[in-house]
Design a protein around this ligand. Sequence first.
Ligand SMILES: N[C@@H](CCC(=O)N[C@@H](CS)C(=O)NCC(=O)O)C(=O)O
Length: 211
Amino acid sequence: MPKPPEFILWGAGTSRTLRVHWLMAELNLAYEHQKIGPRTGETQTDAFKAINPKGKIPVLIHGDLVISESFAIARYLRRVCPTLQYDETQLSSEGIARFDELASFMLMELDATSLYIIRRHLDLAAIYGEAPNAVISAKAYFRKMLDEGFTEAELAEFVWGRRFSELDILLTTILDWADAVDIALPRHCHAYRHRMHQRPGYLLGKTNNKP
Ligand SMILES: N[C@@H](CCC(=O)N[C@@H](CS)C(=O)NCC(=O)O)C(=O)O
């Protein structure tokens, strides 16, 4: 029998790469790790750009499939590896609509429109320019979206349905990143993060994500 293809994961050291290392750990998947880091030049080599022309990590290779975008990788892994179960609501059309709503909200409003704007104009100001007002307003916008996007009750256990999912990985990495750039988080968000940080999958993913 032919051996199933191995997973090869490119990237280490960022909250986006942690998303994949963490999920791999939750799914109990073995993989080869190519530990290239951001802003080291390693993402811009001809060899890596032949894999991902965008020059970005993470990237997953599985057989003939080469896939970038941390959340798309997470969705693919959930599909090919049935280790994590879904509850009944999560499998319903309404549950899937809620999944899409939460994923779009977190990726667009919290990650791209807020946190990445802050990163561009703080840590990466030498490339994208100083823009103190953009940073102040992105922080305020993040906090407004967070307050309006999740009630305390919605973060009492998992963010989607009654079971852990890739949406918990997405939200935890977003909250950790916000905390690291000094956005004050409400108490229930800290409690939610603390619970997620106790998961063995998180701890192993964090170790494997080390550059
Ligand atoms: N939306 C993408 C963002 C990927 C991304 O921007 N990755 C950064 C690191 S967090 C990167 O590889 N930048 C190129 C570099 O720093 O060399 C995802 O979620 O995977």
